[in-house]
Write a protein that binds this ligand. Structure first.
Ligand code: GRF
Length: 204
């Protein structure tokens, strides 16, 4: 079998994308990024991809009549690039049921909290406001809900008394950059098995 082919979807600065690029270069992640897709023309993630000569695809939401049509365009790109795994890395759109169904258990996301706590936007601010002592990040398969799919890996970070959303986000982000390549490498090794809500990690 060839290398695992990834589509990375990103809307913003793309530091998680960069962590994947770096992990691949370091030989820690046996995969290749077949295409980077963004819904924003000015996403820094596209710039990062350009530097590494990775194929880029900007899909402008304004050119589609509704989100179902947009999702179909996404799936078409995944198929065109023969993508094995779709990696959401700060992609600020919810995927609809059609896309999720077409790539069931082949779409992963990273979220900056210990799910199921604090799904949705501004997870780090939610954690600070709630007053939890620990937060972290979660890599999970994507299902039809918002940040609700089966959990692959999590990492825990402490919340300090003087944290604000930005300081906590920075601490979590460091862990995201370690966690995401690891989770995808497990997928690449064929070691993830989804059993209901739970993900079993098979021995090597
Ligand atoms: C990360 O915090 C990730 O957990 C969330 O969106 C942010 C993306 O950051 N889903 P970056 O674009 O990878 O720097």
């Amino acid at each position: 079998m060839g290398k695992l082919r990834l589509a990375v979807l990103a809307s913003g600065r793309g530091t998680n994308l960069q962590a994947l690029i770096d992990a691949i270069a370091a030989g820690e992640l046996e995969a290749e990024i077949a295409v980077i897709i963004s819904n924003r023309r000015d996403a820094q993630a596209l710039e990062r991809g350009r530097k590494h000569q990775i194929p880029l695809c900007f899909l402008d939401p304004r050119e589609y009549i509704d989100s179902d049509a947009y999702d179909r365009a996404l799936v078409a790109v995944w198929q065109e690039y023969k993508v094995d795994l779709v990696v959401l890395a700060g992609f600020m759109r919810l995927l609809g049921p059609e896309a999720v169904r077409a790539y069931r258990n082949r779409i992963v996301n990273i979220h900056p909290s210990l799910l199921p706590s604090f799904p949705g936007l501004n997870a780090q601010a939610q954690a600070v406001a709630y007053g939890v002592r620990y937060s972290g990040c979660t890599v999970h398969f994507v299902d039809e809900g918002m940040d609700t799919g089966p959990i692959i890996l999590q990492a825990v970070v402490p919340v300090k008394e003087d944290d604000n959303p930005e300081t906590l986000a920075a601490r979590i982000l460091k862990e995201e950059h370690r966690l995401y390549p690891r989770a995808i490498q497990l997928f690449a090794e064929g070691r993830l098995e989804v059993v209901g809500r739970r993900v079993r990690i098979k021995d090597k």
